[in-house]
Design a protein around this ligand. Sequence first.
Ligand code: ATP
Length: 207
Amino acid sequence: MKHTLSQRTINRLTQYHTILREYSKKDIENITSAQISSFLKIDETQVRKDLKSINCKGKCKVGYVVSELKNIIEDVLDYKTTKKAFVIGAGNLGIALSKYSKFSEFGLEILGLFDINEAKIGKKFDNKEIYHLSTLKNKIEETGANIAILTIPNKVAQEVADEIIKAGIKYIWNFAPSILTVPDDVKVWNENLIGSFLQFCAISDIK
Ligand code: ATP
């Protein structure tokens, strides 16, 4: 899925969506840009600009229709198309991610996990089985999944990335704190958990 929105805009849209879900649950019909901006402590003009960029126009004083705005964000960010993924590395993080049921509401379906530790192969978590990494190619062909969520130790991240790309993976959501080298037709998103924590420390006053 490709669109011209910046990463920051996408991030803010997901936050607006979270607020809209809460409004929707409470059966509130309208929301203003001022309300959204005060929840998120951001500038109201930024909210209006973001919503204009996805063709949402609010009405003076009334604001936006919650259900419409929520649907438009879901369409623009493609929440409703299911994307199939496998977790590579069935350690604590991999298992936690594979058990996180909220992903399915946003279009991510985790079909199973892969590992090389024989003691883990065949175990199941929430009906998701751990398979041996050597069978990944077959599973990709069987299911059509092309996303890998990498939760393996840093020291093996590049070699495992090479192996899964050979097996047919095209998109890697990388949780290993490692910079991967991949061919041009493979896309990587580095989930920099440590970087996020340090950014958080930098803007906070944590003692
Ligand atoms: P564990 O439960 O084994 O202690 P952990 O939660 O401490 O794991 P890591 O040591 O980061 O986390 O390992 C994550 C998982 O990655 C483990 O299940 C490990 O067996 C798996 N793993 C390690 N090397 C590879 C590899 N080359 N290919 C696939 N999986 C691997």
